[in-house]
Design a protein around this ligand. Structure first.
Ligand code: GLV
Ligand code: GLV
Length: 322
């Protein structure tokens, strides 16, 4: 059966054309920016499928605006904290995400931030770019090396384990901590060790966050946790901003409780805490974890494949929320 599909923003590749080829009536907002809330609510009545971005808040109001015909919300992201999954389930709306296809791209950014933070590359690049005088010396621009250091991975899912593989190639020891432990065979193959969060924070030279944002992980890293970290340690976040209490992070950096941070995500994107902007010991990226042509194309393809499946009466390929 033919359905009406709303795609809330521009996507990479030709996935939208595939919806049209299948005969669906597509409302494609081909704009490189989040859809304003009012526009979204106005476009929803009569929609059978919603292709949403992580910046779209899909809650009861949105679901009710769409009406009882809505069958699937396909989020173009692996994280789905922007969706009220329970409200979707109550209305028998299938929810899908895009796991797997962004694992390597995001792990690459985590590794980039680990390197940038420990070597002070943000500050170093700014120095050259701004024309601040510099010259080579044995003692200038000293970072710390990764070989023999300990990386703590919080959230050992696909992306956390892919980051582990990269860190192993740099000679790091890896500790893993999360609500669910990975397959012991995988932990053994990676030569990693599973510990609890406090032990991880205490022992790690770099802590990298890879957990989903849930009520249990909101402000998982706060004042107490930052105090457990080593004074020379770096915090890297490529998961979701609210996993870190940003005000506590600013205070910990200012007090020298940790040495630096590399952040791809923020508590209130695109706003960045003003206490971070002026600091030389933080690296700030604009949520680019999955931003490669290959990955963004694959994410749109997978979201659309989920829509095509559900509208055809088949099971979704990558459903979330059980
Ligand atoms: C990106 O942040 C995602 O969840 O896919
Ligand atoms: C990514 O695909 C994840 O599930 O961590």
């Amino acid at each position: 059966t033919v359905g009406r599909v709303l795609v809330t923003a521009q996507v990479v590749g030709d996935a939208v054309a595939r919806l049209r080829e299948a005969g669906h009536d597509v409302v494609f907002r081909d704009v490189d920016a989040p859809m304003p809330r009012g526009e979204l609510l106005a476009a929803l009545p009569g929609v059978d499928a919603l292709v949403s971005m992580l910046v779209d808040r899909v809650d009861a109001e949105v679901l009710d605006a769409a009406g009882p015909g809505l069958r699937v919300v396909a989020n173009v992201a692996v994280g789905y904290d922007n969706l009220d999954v329970a409200a979707c389930r109550e209305r028998a709306v299938v929810v899908t995400n895009t796991p797997g296809v962004l694992t390597d791209a995001t792990a690459d950014i985590a590794m980039s931030l680990i390197l940038m933070s420990t070597r002070g590359l943000g500050a170093a690049e700014r120095r050259v770019r701004t024309g601040t005088p510099w010259r080579w010396s044995l003692t200038a621009h000293l970072g710390v090396g990764l070989r023999g250091k300990t990386l703590g991975i919080v959230g050992p899912g696909a992306i956390g384990l892919a980051t582990t593989r990269r860190a192993k190639a740099f000679g790091m020891e890896v500790l893993l901590s999360g609500r669910s432990s990975p397959d012991p065979a995988v932990v053994g193959e990676l030569d990693a060790r599973v510990v609890d969060l406090d032990a991880l924070l205490t022992a790690s030279d770099v802590v990298s966050l890879h957990c989903p944002l849930t009520p249990a992980t909101r402000h998982l890293i706060g004042e107490r946790e930052l105090r457990l970290m080593r004074p020379g340690a770096h915090l890297v976040n490529t998961s979701r901003g609210p996993v870190v209490d940003e005000a506590a992070l600013v205070a910990a950096l200012a007090a020298g409780e940790i040495a630096g941070a590399g952040l791809d995500v923020f508590e209130d994107e695109p706003r960045v805490h003003p206490g971070l902007l002026g600091r030389e010991d933080v690296v700030l990226l604009p949520h680019v974890g999955s931003a490669t042509v290959e990955t963004r194309t694959a994410m749109a393809d997978l979201a659309v494949a989920n829509v095509l499946a559900v509208l055809a009466g088949a099971p979704a390929l990558t459903p979330v929320g059980g």
